[in-house]
Design a protein around this ligand. Sequence first.
Ligand SMILES: [Zn+2]
Length: 333
Amino acid sequence: MRGVSADQHPLVLGVDVGGTKVAVGALERGAITARTEQPTVLDGPDALLDGIEAAVDEVVARTGAPAAIGAGIPSQIEFATGTVLSSVNIPLEGVALRDELSARLGVPAVVDNDANCAALAEADSLPGSNIVMLTLGTGVGGGVVIDGRIFRGSSGLGAELGHVVIDENGPPCPGSCPNRGCLEAFCSGTALERDAMQVAEDRPDTHLGRVVAEHGEVKGKHVVQAAEAGDPHALDLFERLGRQLGVGIASLVNAFEPEHVVIGGGLGRAADYYQARAEREASIRALPALWERTRVSRAAKGADAGMFGAGLLALQELGRSRDTSAPTRGEAR
Ligand SMILES: [Zn+2]
């Protein structure tokens, strides 16, 4: 890797490991210059790591060796060691992933939660350097970027904004959270499907009732389709989701005073049906001086956010490791 430290625009790789696919992108001068996507191998840690390595090798064959690699995964990471502490959707629990990737690929590696990577990617495309991101998917992920860097808490497990409580008596939180009434219990795809199922059971003669009669269940996409068709019950579900999201956003604005609150994730693409309601609710509830300085926007990086952010993280870590003998910008002030 000689010569890398003198390179102002090093080539890095960003890896986004999802429950269904592994995406690898080469990031150079702020743009993705080569990429590949492979199905995620879920047979076990070794098979999954082999799959990641193969995808990386495919990109490296086109770009040459990178200076560093960043990986975002849907798991809880102890950032200092790059160890996966908990992982529900992919079999990496207990794996020292940073060291494993670094050894397999022969370059420095950095590993973070995928929501953190997505937040870093979105922050990169927005003016200002303080953002709060909410990723509305199966669950609700959170990411906080402060002064251009990911805020992780003391060991890397922090910023689980999906588990901010907005109603102490609310429904049980899905997944492994012991709490109730969290944002995730109201504004996730799982919560939307739960509420849509309730509508379908109460009113079998409605659009959502007919979906359940036909498919045996109702998925988030069905609720979106029903809303697109003007179904009042689906629109009502999104109205409620928006209101509850707004309650959460007000608290996050008060806590962080971000320049932007960014809404992303699979359900983020349906924001037409709830974003305005969420903003109205937040505007009523947040402290006025803070709300005035905050904008709510939609994720701009789309499906590439995790991959792009993982690459940016690798760049940041490269910069940081080079800065050990020189003061950082912040310290020099
Ligand atoms: Zn929770």
